[in-house]
Write a protein that binds this ligand. Structure first.
Ligand SMILES: [Zn+2]
Ligand SMILES: [Zn+2]
Length: 280
């Protein structure tokens, strides 16, 4: 079985931004692309900060500007697609918010999620991945090793918090290829893998990194191998914001999984996880 468990239900680009399009027609285009490529099941995982129901959590203009959509509509349209037999799952990309994670989880409680992704795009008020020279970004404010350590501290906290099912793009911090040196990276990867192994959450193998300055899959092969040794299950993801990116570069992801000796993928229904064999 092949899944794509990370995508954003957006319409065509309009003036540089991608509006959310909560319609069955838009969803159908993502599904068609998936089926064309032999991807059996996809999950929509919009950012939590897009929905007014979570508004009290957000503090940054980037988040508040986007916080205009109705979570009930999002859940309902995906529910209708399921009722029609489309192979879709209801998910959300839940951002790490220092100190407010439990409240965010409360606000998201009661919706019929199949899976919740956890991702770290901000450390405090500073963006990790907006751009390497953004004034509100970590890279202009903190030292490289300090950033990497803070990122992995947040990742560990997220893993053990039990609020999400999968850690998305787990080493996103490498996005701009700004690195503290291989020894430190491997120390952080090994220690994160041990924590994730104890926590019981899965990690995502994402092809999105191939489209970023780092031009690598998430996670690093060393990190993935360490996770595999700890028995951490994996999902597969493109992080597509448009239908034509669903399943993008999956040959590379499947090759990495095979090289790491991983033969199963985690499949989620109502936040319950089972393992299915990947194609050999
Ligand atoms: Zn993300
Ligand atoms: Zn995403």
């Amino acid at each position: 079985m092949i899944v794509d468990y990370h995508m954003h239900l957006r319409g065509q680009l309009e003036g540089g931004s991608e509006p959310l399009r909560h319609s069955l027609d838009t969803m159908q285009r993502f599904v068609e692309r998936a089926l064309e490529l032999g991807v059996d099941e996809i999950a929509f995982t919009e950012h939590a900060y897009y929905f007014t129901q979570t508004r009290e959590i957000w503090t940054l203009p980037y988040q508040l500007d986007r916080c205009t959509f109705d979570l009930d509509v999002y859940c309902e349209v995906i529910g209708r697609a399921k009722d029609r037999g489309l192979p879709v799952k209801l998910g959300l990309e839940v951002d790490y918010v220092d100190g407010r994670q439990e409240r965010l989880a409360e606000l998201l409680d009661g919706y019929p999620w199949d899976l919740l992704l956890g991702s770290i795009h901000w450390l405090g008020d500073l963006s990790v991945d907006e751009s390497a020279d953004a004034e509100n970004g970590v890279w202009q404010r903190l030292g490289v090793e300090e950033i990497w350590r803070a990122y992995f501290d947040a990742l560990a906290e997220f893993a053990v918090g039990g609020l999400v099912d999968v850690l998305a793009h787990p080493d996103l911090v490498k996005i701009f290829d700004i690195r503290p040196g291989r020894n430190i990276e491997e120390e952080l990867y090994a220690s994160a893998a041990a924590t994730i192994g104890r926590s019981g959450v899965a990690v995502e193998v994402s092809t999105a990194g191939l489209r970023k300055p780092v031009s690598e899959l998430y996670p690093d092969p060393y990190f993935l191998a360490a996770c595999a040794r700890e028995g951490v299950p994996v999902t597969l993801a493109s992080d597509a914001h448009q239908p034509d990116l669903v399943g993008e570069d999956y040959e590379a992801a499947l090759k990495l999984l095979r090289a790491t000796g991983i033969s199963d993928v985690a499949v989620f229904t109502a936040r319950d996880r089972r393992l299915e064999a990947l194609p050999s």
